[in-house]
Ligand binder design. Structure first.
Ligand SMILES: *[C@@H]1O[C@H](CO)[C@@H](O)[C@H](O)[C@H]1NC(C)=O
Ligand SMILES: *[C@@H]1O[C@H](CO)[C@@H](O)[C@H](O)[C@H]1NC(C)=O
Ligand SMILES: *[C@@H]1O[C@H](CO)[C@@H](O)[C@H](O)[C@H]1NC(C)=O
Length: 404
């Protein structure tokens, strides 16, 4: 439908006849109607209408991708890294994201649309709110709902689809794919397990509507063992954090604007401080200096050379002791997500969403200090390596690591 020239460029000073104004009104109504019906068509096509939206619901904007039976699909299973019946044994957000990235990369390599689980498991230790809401008498369905959250309450599915097309496994499109694959039988679907990505590139698979790869329920990431080859990594670590759902991005942007010019630290304590007793009853930890290095007095000393006094310092931490970092306010203007509860409380349903907001805030900091080193150039609170299997005796004194 063409928009008449005089509509696009009105000349305000010429008087209009009532008939002309009526014409304009009808044209505008027609345009609104056309646009909204187009929107509805694409909503239906991508299966967004009719999905059972969990937290917050989905408000989507911008270009939407159409999915059809002409596309090819890749399915890995309905839960990421969640071997048990419930979510008690599932991994934290970071692990699940690594696994999800591994799956998304495979979809990119195979040029397929990825069928994403519509819910993500939240390990109860990561979700205070979930535990509070969980009644003893809850059925297994209710427990699953309480210990998981809607994937689209965490991620913007359309935004991800701009890089890797995805649909959710509760969408109409997925049900259409399943029904069609069932009808086609072996000409439409291959059920595979433990097959390498390179084997899936073979021509025998390339025309199939659906590849159903049953990924390891222990950890999808196991399917990406070739990760040591860095050139095989197509999506950076920051990909999923920056694909946060619109509400999460909006909240983060508001807080970033309020913080102004700021630095940030991610202080991992909580589960990382876990110790266990060895054969002779001595406490041991995987990160012998972590408890020390993440205490306020040690943090102050460590970051002195990176963060000048008087700066605004945003701290994201799983430390729950009230006022734990307060001693640092002698040198810095301290800020936490709790300072912005009027922005966050109305939208945050679980700790994964909260952490996603905090992550976006940390990504925008002028100077950002991690707990553990991920890349050679990272500034960190501790020198303990992140991936280790050696249990050592915790160290609390300073001198031991002085001078390195
Ligand atoms: C995928 O394959 C597994 C067996 O490996 C099967 O149990 C499961 O039902 C299949 N899923 C779909 C959606 O076809
Ligand atoms: C590393 O990955 C690249 C890109 O996928 C591939 O071409 C290359 O053969 C791989 N190298 C090894 C040693 O596996
Ligand atoms: C955040 O709250 C703490 C008290 O919990 C306060 O000391 C601090 O000044 C607040 N920071 C900002 C930036 O408002």
């Amino acid at each position: 439908m063409a928009i008449p020239k005089h509509l696009a460029k009105p000349k305000p000073r010429t008087p209009r006849s009532p008939a002309f104004l009526l014409g304009v009104a009808i044209t505008l109504i027609a345009i609104v109607f056309l646009v909204s019906s187009l929107n509805y068509a694409s909503l239906t096509a991508s299966g967004i209408v009719g999905k059972i939206s969990g937290i917050g619901g989905g408000r989507y904007g911008g270009a939407r991708r159409r999915h059809s039976l002409n596309d090819k699909y890749l399915y890995w299973g309905n839960r990421i890294d969640c071997p048990g019946k419930h979510c008690d044994s599932c991994e934290g957000l970071g692990h699940q994201e690594s696994s999800l990235r591994c799956a998304l990369e495979e979809a990119m390599v195979l040029r397929r649309t990825f069928v994403m689980p519509s819910r993500m498991c939240i390990n109860p230790i990561h979700n205070k709110k979930g535990i509070l809401h969980e009644a003893d008498s809850a059925s297994s369905e209710e427990r699953w709902a309480a210990s998981s959250c809607a994937m689209d309450s965490l991620y913007d599915i359309d935004l991800i689809s701009n890089t890797v097309p995805v649909i959710l496994d509760n969408s109409k499109m997925w049900h259409k794919v399943l029904a069609t694959a069932m009808k086609l039988g072996v000409r439409g679907v291959a059920h595979v397990q433990g097959i390498s990505r390179d084997d899936l590139k073979e021509t025998q698979y390339s025309n199939l509507l659906l590849i159903n790869r049953t990924a390891s329920p222990l950890s999808w990431f196991i399917e990406c063992k070739d990760r040591k080859n860095r050139s095989a990594i197509m999506l950076p670590y920051s990909f999923l954090p920056s694909m946060a759902a619109r509400e999460i991005r909006t909240a983060a942007n508001k807080i970033i604007a309020r913080l102004g010019d700021y630095d940030a630290i991610h202080v991992r304590r909580g589960d990382r401080l876990k110790t266990r007793k060895d054969g002779s009853g001595v406490e041991r930890s995987l990160f012998p200096h972590l408890d020390r290095d993440t205490r306020p007095e040690f943090i102050l000393k460590r970051i002195e050379k990176w963060v000048p006094p008087g700066r605004t310092l945003f701290i994201a931490s799983n430390e729950r002791t009230p006022g734990f970092f307060a001693p640092m306010s002698l040198r810095y203007r301290m800020a936490y997500s709790s300072n912005f509860s009027e922005i966050l409380d109305p939208m945050i349903q679980n700790n994964y969403q909260l952490f996603m907001v905090e992550r976006l805030i940390m990504m925008k900091a002028k100077t950002f200090i991690r707990t553990f080193k991920e890349d050679a150039t990272d500034l960190t609170l501790t020198d303990d390596p992140k991936n280790t299997k050696i249990w050592q005796i915790p160290v609390y004194t300073m001198d031991e690591t002085e001078g390195n």
